[in-house]
Design a protein around this ligand. Sequence first.
Ligand code: SF4
Length: 261
Amino acid sequence: MSALTLTNAAATKANPAPDRVGALAAGAPEGSLKVGGVTPFSATDYPGKLAAVVFVQGCPWRCGYCHNPHLQTRTSTSPVAWADVLLRLRHRVGLIDAVVFSGGEPTIDPALADAMREVRALGFGVGLHSAGIYPRRLVEVLPLVDWVGLDVKAPWLNYDAITGMVDSARHARSSAEAVLASGVMHEFRTTIHPGLHTEPDILGLARTLSTMGVRHYALQVFRATGCGDDQLNAMSTVGYPDAGLLAQVASLFETFTLRHA
Ligand code: SF4
């Protein structure tokens, strides 16, 4: 069990189907990606590559530590037109290596695969950040992806308390298995908070992932930046997690990274 029990009214909800969520975007041009924002240059979102990051709108989960809560809701019109994003990307050919689709949850958007094809046609590599919320769409786009950063929130039994969504572990686990079966280069990552993840939780999850075949893993220690949850923000992360635990986790993977989320 996590050290902090979250009371979240959303925990009674179930994942809406991705196409249905997409259909709620009534004001978006037919078939175009809904973009909440773009970072033109990033050296930290795709390992070893200089990339632009496209933040796709929409996420049905409600993680208390979310740094992008403004991207959770799909608005009626896209804040940034995909056609404008593509135009800007054309001007960056030769300047950046890749485009990373992040969010929100990019696999919520039915236009994701087409957007990836357009980006590939410009000669860019394609990265994907996902929490694995929609495994069927993830499977559809994986052949178009060069590298995926997959968020794993917690041990499977603790998932719903983090995401606020019933049965969320089943979706995440299917997605994790799909990424590993695809052979696409990956990093699995977990954002950890002392109120949500005990050290046995962290070690147990790392062992589970290692046994599944995950080779590259990162722990991201919670930072308050962008988080609207006062209870989480108030807890200190000094000395968390313990150095001995980190050494045990690191020994389970080909590469291991500790970063501050
Ligand atoms: S899955 Fe990601 S985008 Fe969605 S609420 Fe959780 S942290 Fe935020």
